[in-house]
Design a protein around this ligand. Structure first.
Ligand code: PLP
Length: 760
């Protein structure tokens, strides 16, 4: 368990804290000047005066004396209003018999609110225009030729001033020039530019510009929309006629007062730092990052981006790896936009810029507000370095000065595919099974950090859904490796054999005291094999079986490929049933549902067909007929993201969480509770360790749960309370163990941040 000394909040592009003076202004508007600005009595008049003053301040700051400023609930509302206004105007022109432009254009890296609003209103208003994205180049800048080409056919063009994920500053002058001669209306999302870039709206042809208070130290729920004088306008909200009928509903007076305090701070020049100071802050953060993370790359050029944003990637580390360790140290960053943070998808912004897949999967956005000071940056740099050291010490980053001590089996996962590493610390050797290209940097990192030599890089079969990275990976590790005598799946001719306790002999690789034996298990494909990890050469018992796609968590490998055979799969299942124990840990190549690992006993319960084969109750003909029917429900085996097998719907097990408030009681009732921390070692090292009062604690990172299970390191009869940072990893572990039949395993609801103070 660990807590951070102080929070270093570096996610200002998602939202900012409210400055004390700003909070105070909001408080006063609620407490003392609570009048309704529409009331004409003496309580309402000062409220109206305050609102007018803030509107003037906004208008001054934005250089927008000729247009209107409306107060909204935020930028998303401003975007809707702008899009609705423009599209209603187009519809009216069409109804008048005019030929209207056919395109609605938006930048490929816009905030999702923009394309969503365009599609929504386009459909709702029955316009059915062609909504098209404007490509960006590798620097994130709009393709001006594209705009120029399509400008005359565009009814509305939406671009942003500064990008929330990368900080890239748009070339608004270039876009304006590209729009010359076009009648298109133009919306510019100014959210990330406010307070960071000068915007002289009067001097542009911009028709609409939405802004949001919570990105610049005001509370959430207040925003503004600039509308150029003469630009078409349709209210989104009608009612009492507030905002001169442009936006009904009693105004958010505390929010408006807060915005007023933000403009006061901007106008005073005392609170927010100048551009070059902010740039020097960012450079200091970058220096700390470069020092801590070798090989770090930037995902957008610094020149031409907001001085308060940096978006970077580190080879071998996923966004989540970095964010988990940063969070443990108290540094809050994000992998992209906050709106997309709960979805584990690569950033569409980086994809639009053509950033390589690994970079998009590793991207981290660090952003700070313009009111940041030097003390904060110094602390941030110290903590960044602390994270780098923690990652080096734990082997997440390879470093000549440190040697990590990984031992046994580790599971690595990317997009539902698993790669496995079997390490033997004593002999400093390892074997890799089913390396996936996107995991190669991480596997390389781990192997190098532990100074392991690689005995074999194996595939369980020729994969149909993804290219094996075995050849590429082998050549990375040892240039001579490929020339040694190996079969097509990477198996070396060692001459070593193990004798299974049932008498059969199998070829094997010796890994320290352990053996990895090979068992042919054709069926899914003709070349499918299962690798078995066990200990004794003359009475071999399998502790873990790397069964490829033959058995999946809740499914079986498909048998409708040209090289598949249901008869062979039937025989292979019977063979595996003889060689493996019911509770031998099965490590499949796919884990579509985050179920980690499984066993024959568990799969037998979920999949009656497997049960029937293992119990000798199904003939080969019966199995083949049933299996073919199962495969009929699968999508065609085409493309690179095919589903590799049938899947039973595995319902997630409910009622596994213990709320933080009930932990003390749980521990009291179950004094022998084991606290199982499934965070990475680097997260412990980066945070401040705390001894959990009274309970014993074991640390097993998520990817090493397989090792604890195969090695019998966890007692299924002992109460176990699993926790991680946010509750996501612990839920996976508890679901896995419950599926394996463990009844007394629980998850700390919400994660380590909710750990009750009285227990720590
Ligand atoms: N536009 C950009 C560029 C943003 O960063 C955001 C917020 O993430 C929005 C629009 C939406 O703003 P709001 O939260 O005020 O609706």
């Amino acid at each position: 368990m660990s807590v951070a000394p102080r929070e270093i909040y570096l996610d200002a592009n998602a939202t900012t804290p409210v400055l004390p003076a700003v909070a105070n202004a909001a408080y006063q508007a609620m407490l003392a000047e609570f009048g309704n600005p529409s009331s004409v009595h003496s309580r309402g008049l000062p409220a109206k005066a305050m609102m007018d003053k803030v509107r003037q301040q906004a208008s001054r700051w934005l250089g927008a004396s000729k247009g209107r400023i409306l107060f909204t609930s935020g930028a998303t509302e401003g975007i809707q209003t702008a899009v609705l206004s423009a599209l209603t105007n187009l519809r009216a022109r069409r109804a008048d018999g005019q030929v209207i432009p056919s395109l609605l254009l938006y930048g490929a890296t816009e905030h999702k609110a923009v394309p969503e609003a365009l599609n929504h209103w386009n459909q709702l208003l029955g316009l059915n225009l062609d909504v098209r994205s404007i490509p960006v180049n590798q620097n994130g800048l709009h393709d001006l030729d594209f705009i120029r080409t399509h400008a005359r056919d565009a009814g509305l063009v939406c671009t942003m001033a500064g990008n929330n994920e990368t900080g890239v500053i748009s070339d608004l002058k270039g876009i304006e020039a590209a729009l010359s001669g076009s009648s298109a209306l133009w919306m510019v999302d100014g959210v990330q530019a406010l307070g960071k870039l000068p915007l002289k709206l009067d001097q542009t042809r911009i028709d609409y510009a939405p802004f949001s208070g919570h990105k610049l130290y005001a509370p959430k729920g207040i925003g503004m929309l600039y509308v150029r004088a003469g630009a078409p306008f349709t209210p989104l909200i009608v009612g009492g006629g507030q905002e001169s009928g442009a936006r009904s509903g009693t105004e958010n007076m505390s929010g408006i007062a807060a915005l007023g305090a933000v403009f006061e701070a901007l106008e005073s020049g005392l609170v927010f730092k100048e551009h070059d100071v902010l740039q020097s802050y960012r450079q200091q953060l970058l220096d700390a990052l470069y020092q801590s993370f070798p090989g770090l790359v930037l995902n957008a050029p610094l020149a031409g981006s907001l001085p308060t944003t940096v978006n970077f990637s580190v080879p071998g580390l996923s966004s989540k790896d970095i964010m988990d360790v940063f969070d443990a140290a108290g540094i809050r960053v994000s992998a992209g936009s906050a709106c997309g943070a709960s979805k584990a998808l690569p950033s569409y912004v980086l994809q639009a810029m053509g950033v390589p897949d690994w970079q998009a999967a590793s991207a981290v956005r660090m952003s700070f507000g313009p009111a940041t000071d030097q003390v904060f940056i110094d602390e941030a740099c110290l903590l960044i370095k602390r994270c780098g050291n923690a990652m080096r010490e734990s082997g997440m980053i390879a470093d000549a000065a440190h040697s990590s001590d990984i031992d046994g089996i580790s599971q690595f996962r990317a997009d539902g595919v698993c790669s496995w590493l079997i390490a033997d610390r004593q002999s400093a050797c390892c074997v890799v099974i089913d390396p996936v290209a996107s995991l190669v940097p991480k596997l390389t990192q781990v192997i190098q950090a532990a100074h392991l030599s690689v005995l074999a890089v194996l595939d369980t079969h020729g994969h149909a859904d993804h290219h094996s990275a075995a050849t590429h990976f082998s050549s990375l590790l040892a240039p001579g490796f490929l020339h040694e005598s190996r079969d097509i799946l990477g198996w070396p001719s060692t001459g070593i054999q193990v004798t299974h306790k049932q008498g059969m002999t199998l070829p094997a690789i010796k890994l320290g005291r352990k053996y990895l034996a090979r068992l042919a298990t054709p069926g899914h494909t003709a070349d499918s094999v299962t690798y078995l990890l066990g200990e004794s050469a003359d009475a071999f018992i399998a502790q873990a079986a790397f069964c490829g796609d033959m058995i999946l968590t809740g499914g079986m490998g498909r048998t409708d490929f040209a090289s598949s055979s249901t008869a062979d799969l039937y025989a292979s299942l019977q063979m595996l049933g003889r060689v493996a124990e019911p509770n031998t840990i099965l490590c499949p190549t796919h884990d579509y549902d985050n179920l980690l690992v499984t066993t024959l006993a568990t799969e037998g319960e979920i999949q009656p067909l497997i049960q029937a084969v293992l119990a000798g109750l199904s003939s080969e003909a019966h199995f083949s007929e049933r299996k073919m029917r199962l495969d009929q429900g699968l999508p065609e085996p085409t493309g690179t993201t095919i589903l590799c097998g049938t899947r039973e719907a595995v319902p997630s097990i409910a009622g596994i969480s213990i709320p933080a408030a009930e932990v003390a009681r749980f521990v009291e009732v179950n004094p022998d509770t084991l606290l199982l921390d499934v965070r990475e070692q680097a997260e412990h090292l980066a945070g401040t360790p705390l001894a959990p009062h009274g309970c014993s604690m074991l640390s097993v990172p998520l990817g090493r749960i397989v090792n604890a299970l195969a090695g019998g390191l966890l007692n299924p009869n002992r109460p176990i309370l699993v926790f991680c940072r946010s509750g996501n990893r612990s839920a996976q572990v508890v679901q896995c163990l419950r599926r394996l039949g463990w009844r007394n395993v629980w998850q700390l609801s919400g994660g380590a941040a909710f750990w009750p103070a009285s227990l720590s």
